[in-house]
Each structure stands twice: as structure tokens, then as C-alpha cells.
Write a protein that binds this ligand. Structure first.
Ligand SMILES: NC(=O)c1ccc[n+]([C@@H]2O[C@H](COP(=O)([O-])OP(=O)(O)OC[C@H]3O[C@@H](n4cnc5c(N)ncnc54)[C@H](OP(=O)(O)O)[C@@H]3O)[C@@H](O)[C@H]2O)c1
Length: 343
């Protein structure tokens, strides 16, 4: 029997500014052999995350930079085809760090070990990349553990159509928040977050004055801000926070993640004079509590408290053209690429 082909998307050069097709090169090889304590995983789905753009910079961010000539790192779902690790068996479906190639060698150590997915799962497999994966669990721990949202809270969420933001309103409501306001780009997306994602109000960052709308909608100030965007939007929110308000720094989409060194907020003295609390989040810090998040999110879905949105594109060849759409506009919810079916 001939060896299967291992299709790969490699980093051809470090992108400058926005990602372009020439930043990637296509290659084929034969699947590698797993060493001791390693597993060979066949890729089924790739999830798209803005942090992938940071990993293509020289600094890499919270994980090492992807080397020029190496396959692009991604969160993904795969199937174990050979295992030399006692925690994984041939045929297991797993979720975790993969790369843009058909066959990946994975280890059980590292910041987020591969998770074995339950067999009798009645949810779509792709949800383990979205609502039960990075975006959903970051939304869960951000709202419940960092912002500690509860009754009396007026919450504002930026990038409210994203894989994370599209779930934050539902979680805030489940925790008893009074009101949740989302910020999104364009009238259609603003309508979507109110009709499908549980938001009470929407602000269109492309056509409205965010400060004026916040003054109108939150005359008492914003008690909690879930920030996915940073930049000027964060500066505006700092002016409209309530005294002792809480801010969660989850992401900085406005930067395009072309560099890890970003300009801080100009209005940062309002953190002082309003006695604000500002805290970041990184899901890897919750690696020992992921199952708690998966179970609670599952319960809220079953109770109809969360609406899950995703768009699944099919075809390995589309990976490079999908990544930049996170920054230029895509459908609401989680963006996933289907690469193969499980056996
Ligand atoms: N810290 C963590 O552990 C962690 C985990 C997950 C995600 N994150 C971060 O959370 C953020 C959102 O990620 P996601 O996966 O939820 O989103 P996503 O599904 O990748 O979608 C991107 C979102 O960003 C918005 N956006 C893009 N450019 C923008 C700009 N210039 N100004 C305002 N909004 C912009 C889009 O909104 P429109 O379509 O309305 O323009 C869209 O909602 C990212 O920064 C990501 O890095 C962090």
C-alpha cells in the first residue's frame, strides 16, 4: 500500500501588515512516524483564531513564533491514527493544537494538551472548536471568573459577532446581568446580535458615534466591559465606565495583530480616577478547569440559553484565504474549515 499524501500549508515568509496569499506555500510530504509518548493525528477540522496572526510575527506572542518553512499552527480536531502514548488510542477523536497539514505529530504536554472528545457526543464535532472550545470557554471564564457578572450589571461587549462575543451575552444573562450591549460592524450584524445572540442593544462601530450611543444607552455608566478590540474603542469605553467598573482584556482585533507591541490606551488615567479594575485573560491559565466550562456551556445550550453560530467551509485549499477574513469581515460565530471525515 502506498503512503498517504500529507498536504501542508507552510509559512513562506513573515507577513507584513495584512496577510496575503504569497505569505504561504503549498507542499506535500509523507506522514511522519510518532516517537515515544507521541501520537500521529489525522486532521479533520481547523478552527480559525486571530491569535494565529500573532504566531506569524517574529515574537509569536504567548507561544513561540511559527518558523518560516513550518506548517501554520492552528486549533483543530483530528483522529488518532497511531499512538505511542498511553492516554490516546487509535481512533480517538481529539481537539487541540495541530498545524495546517493532514498529519500531525502531537504530544500530551505543552500549554494545552490534546483533549480526547467524548464518543457519545450528541453535539456537532465542530462545536469543540467554538462554543466548547477556545472562544466559548474564554467567554465562560471571562464572564464568570474574571468579570464576575451578576444582577445589577450593565455589560458592553466588543466584537460581539465573533466566536467569543456571540456567546458572551447569553452567558451574562444566565448569570443574571441586567443588560448586555454589543458592538458590531454594520446594520446587518447589529440586527443579528439582537435577534440571535441575546443582546439587548447594538452599536454599529462602522456608522455610529460609540461614545454618544453609550451615553444614551448607559447614563449610569458601564459596569463591565468585555474587550475584544482594544484601540480607540477601549479609549471610548474608559470614558463611559461606571465607578469601580471592571474591564476584561480578551483581545485587540483593531490592531490586526500585525505586531505584539501595541500602543496602550490614551485615557488610562480614567482607570485611576474611576477606580476601575482591568484584567486580562488567557485560556491556557484555565487548563485544569476546562471540563467545568464544557459542562456548564453544555447545560446552557440544552436549556436554550445559548445560541451557537458557526460557518463551516470545506476544502484544505481554502485555509490561507480564510485566515485574513477574521480581520476584514466574516459570518457571525466560529469559522471552521473541514479537511476530512473521520473513519
Ligand atoms: N485571551 C484569550 O484566551 C482569547 C481566546 C479567544 C479569543 N480571544 C480574542 O478575542 C478576540 C475575538 O476573537 P473571536 O474568535 O471571538 O472572533 P472571530 O470569530 O475571529 O471574529 C472576529 C471579530 O472581530 C471583529 N473585528 C475585526 N476587526 C475589527 C475592528 N477593526 N474593529 C472592531 N471589531 C473588529 C469582527 O467584528 P465585525 O464582523 O462586526 O467587524 C468579529 O466579530 C480576538 O482578539 C481574539 O484574539 C482571546
Amino acid at each position: 500500500m502506498t503512503n498517504p499524501v500529507n498536504r501542508q500549508w507552510l509559512l513562506a515568509r513573515r507577513p507584513v501588515g495584512s496577510i496575503v496569499p504569497e505569505d504561504f506555500s503549498y507542499s506535500e510530504s509523507t506522514p511522519p512516524e510518532p516517537g515515544e509518548n507521541e501520537v500521529l493525528v489525522r486532521s479533520l477540522y481547523f478552527g480559525f483564531d486571530a491569535s494565529q496572526r500573532i504566531w506569524l510575527t517574529d515574537h509569536g506572542g504567548y507561544l513561540p513564533a511559527v518558523g518560516v518553512g513550518d506548517p501554520i499552527r492552528t486549533m483543530g480536531i483530528g483522529q488518532v491514527v497511531a499512538s505511542r502514548h498511553p492516554g490516546y488510542a487509535e481512533g480517538d477523536l481529539v481537539e487541540g493544537f495541530l498545524t495546517w497539514q493532514d498529519y500531525n505529530i502531537a504530544r500530551a504536554d505543552g500549554p494545552m494538551p490534546l483533549r480526547v472528545l467524548p464518543r457519545s457526543d450528541d453535539m456537532p464535532m465542530t462545536w469543540h472548536l467554538g462554543v466548547l472550545g477556545v472562544g466559548g470557554l474564554t467567554a465562560y471564564f471571562g464572564v464568570t471568573d474574571v468579570l464576575k457578572v451578576g444582577p445589577g450589571d450593565t455589560v458592553v461587549v466588543s466584537a460581539a459577532t465573533g466566536a467569543t462575543g456571540s456567546l458572551v451575552a447569553g452567558i451574562c444573562k444566565a448569570m443574571g446581568a441586567d443588560r448586555v450591549i454589543g458592538i458590531a460592524g454594520g446594520a446587518q450584524k447589529c440586527r443579528w446580535i439582537v435577534e440571535h445572540a441575546g443582546y439587548d442593544e447594538a452599536i454599529d462601530y462602522q456608522s455610529e458615534d460609540i461614545g454618544a450611543r453609550l451615553a444614551e444607552l448607559c447614563p449610569e455608566g458601564v459596569s463591565a466591559y468585555f474587550d475584544n478590540v482594544g484601540g480607540d474603542m477601549l479609549d471610548t469605553l474608559l470614558l463611559h465606565m461606571a465607578p469601580r467598573g471592571r474591564i476584561l482584556i480578551c483581545g485587540a482585533m483593531s490592531s490586526g495583530y500585525t505586531d505584539v507591541q501595541l500602543q496602550g490606551p490614551r485615557n488610562y488615567m480614567f482607570i485611576c480616577v474611576k477606580m476601575l479594575s482591568v484584567q486580562g485573560i488567557l485560556l491556557t491559565f484555565y487548563r485544569d478547569r476546562l471540563q467545568e466550562g464544557v459542562e456548564q456551556m453544555g447545560r446552557w445550550i440544552a436549556e436554550g440559553k445559548l445560541n451557537v453560530a458557526e460557518s463551516v467551509v470545506e476544502g484544505f485549499e481554502h485555509a490561507p484565504s480564510l485566515l485574513p477574513t477574521l480581520f476584514t469581515g466574516k459570518s457571525p460565530g466560529k469559522l471552521v474549515l473541514k479537511v476530512a471525515d473521520p473513519v
